[in-house]
Design a protein. Structure first.
Length: 488
């Protein structure tokens, strides 16, 4: 049985709607020449043309029908795909999160500092997802406790109403005095306050005096110079304060535990002697007027000091100090350490200095555990001084900083410094009175890779079992920045 080209691919029978391929043929010799057709050939050609016109009409109808069917099947497929998506959404994990777990997730979204526009931030954006999320966000007062200065008045009112009775984190510094007045009326709920002092706020803010029982953290910036501003003098829970600009408010100094001063004058430093319970102090500003060193201030509980100008150390005695950062002038450090007689455990500096200045500091810090120096010029001399000679490797030796267990340094690139680094590490491992230091070398200059000396030194130290990182370019900058989120 001969194969039928028009047979259906499913059943094998002929399809009556499909045009046949057998039709009147055109004379081949006329297609390949320019001869004049005979009368008989003309009739044959006219019949062929008529036959093909009929075929074209039939094929056009078939194409239209197939296109209509194809479009219908496409719509059916899209509808089925949409149903699949809706079904998958119904079964999604997010939809099935228990309410208590969803509430905990919501709490982690606030405050959302990534977005600048208040209406596109949490918690406002949570209510746009679905009715369940909206109802839950409105039922969680803790989501609405952060009120920043970008919120318009209507949203401030909403935050205050929805956050009852939770403590508030507030920012004051609005151009709209109505917002300031609303927040001041709720000052009994302030837990954290960030105040950008404006001229119109002085009289209004004075009303909070004696009405801030739960305020524990205060950020206060004043570029106008409101001297002896007493609104925060009576704050029984206040422990953490940051002052900047020309700020010199009256504070309960004796109860403060953390203090950050970024001041343009030294007036705010004159009250430090009263802050005898401070545990952490950061002096990050550079006052335009000279610091007074007439009176020595002793802070007996201070353990962490982050300071920009080391000259200020001439005014301090800190017997409990453990962590010290200095970014300018280390010349006052030896006398300060000798006077304080503290057990310093961590010392960080990015002062452009020479080894002699650092060695003078280390001679007064036998308890030092971690040393980080990012801008030393002649690092091989420091490494040489930290190396324990073979003659001193006894239980009775008193080498420099014997407890040192973490060392971060820079400018170790030449052959001399690399050789000295290996010798220092080996000597401290072999000494019975020294800890074995982990090493971090920062190369801020090299951005493409280590030089030959560095590569060989790194391989030697790792082969001998030392813990070492050798960071270049952006990696060294990232490590440097990771040390100083709270440093000046």
């Amino acid at each position: 049985m001969a194969y039928n080209a028009n047979a259906c691919s499913n059943c094998g029978f002929a399809n009556p709607n499909t045009p046949s391929d057998s039709y009147v043929a055109l004379p081949d010799h006329l297609l390949q020449s320019n001869e004049l057709p005979t009368d008989e050939e003309i009739a044959q050609i006219e019949n062929a043309i008529s036959d093909r016109k009929a075929r074209v009409l039939l094929l056009d109808k078939t194409i239209v029908a197939l296109q209509s069917s194809l479009e219908q099947h496409r719509r059916m497929r899209q509808a089925a795909a949409d149903q699949i998506s809706r079904g998958v959404a119904i079964l999604s994990v997010v939809r099935r999160i228990p309410t208590d777990v969803l509430a905990e997730i919501f709490n982690w979204t606030v405050p959302d500092e990534a977005r600048k526009h208040a209406t596109n931030r949490c918690p406002w954006v949570l209510g746009r997802v679905c009715s369940r999320w909206r109802a839950l966000s409105l039922a969680l007062p803790e989501l609405w406790t952060t009120i920043d200065r970008k919120l318009p008045l209507a949203m401030v009112k909403a935050h205050l109403d929805r956050s009852i009775p939770y403590p508030l984190t507030v920012e004051l510094g609005f151009s709209d005095t109505g917002s300031v007045e609303l927040l001041i009326a709720c000052s009994s709920r302030w837990e954290v306050a960030d105040v950008e002092m404006r001229a119109f706020m002085g009289p209004a803010l004075g009303a909070v005096q004696g009405r801030i029982p739960v305020l524990r953290r205060l950020r206060y910036n004043d570029n106008n110079g409101f001297r002896s501003f007493g609104a925060f003098e009576n704050a029984p829970a206040l422990r953490d304060v940051a002052l900047s600009g020309k700020a010199s408010p009256l504070l309960p100094w004796g109860q403060l535990e953390r203090l950050n001063l970024k001041l343009s004058n030294s007036a705010g430093l004159s009250q430090l002697w009263q802050a005898h319970n401070l545990v952490e102090l950061s002096v990050t500003g550079r006052p335009h007027e000279p610091l007074s060193v007439a009176n020595l201030m002793e802070l007996p509980r201070l353990r962490t000091l982050l300071i920009k100008d080391g000259l200020f150390l001439e005014s301090l005695s800190l017997p409990a100090l453990e962590d010290l950062y200095v970014s300018m002038d280390v010349s006052s450090l030896p006398s300060f350490l000798q006077r304080s007689n503290c057990q310093l455990k961590k010392f960080t500096t990015d002062v452009q200095c020479v080894s002699a200045s650092i060695i003078a500091v280390l001679e007064h810090t036998s308890s030092l555990v971690e040393l980080r120096i990012t801008a030393i010029q002649d690092v091989h001399l420091l490494l040489s001084r930290l190396t324990i000679p073979a003659s001193e490797m006894t239980a009775y030796a008193r080498p420099l900083v014997p407890a040192l267990s973490a060392l971060a340094i820079s400018n170790v690139g030449d052959a001399l410094a690399c050789t000295q680094l290996v010798a220092m590490a080996e000597s401290r491992r072999s000494s019975p009175v020294c800890a074995e230091p982990s090493l971090c070398v920062l190369d801020f200059i090299k951005w493409t890779g280590l030089n030959l000396h560095a590569l060989e030194t790194l391989a030697v130290l790792r082969e001998r079992g030392f813990t070492i990182e050798w960071l270049t370019g952006p990696h060294s900058m990232d490590r440097y920045r990771s040390w100083r989120p709270s440093y000046p």
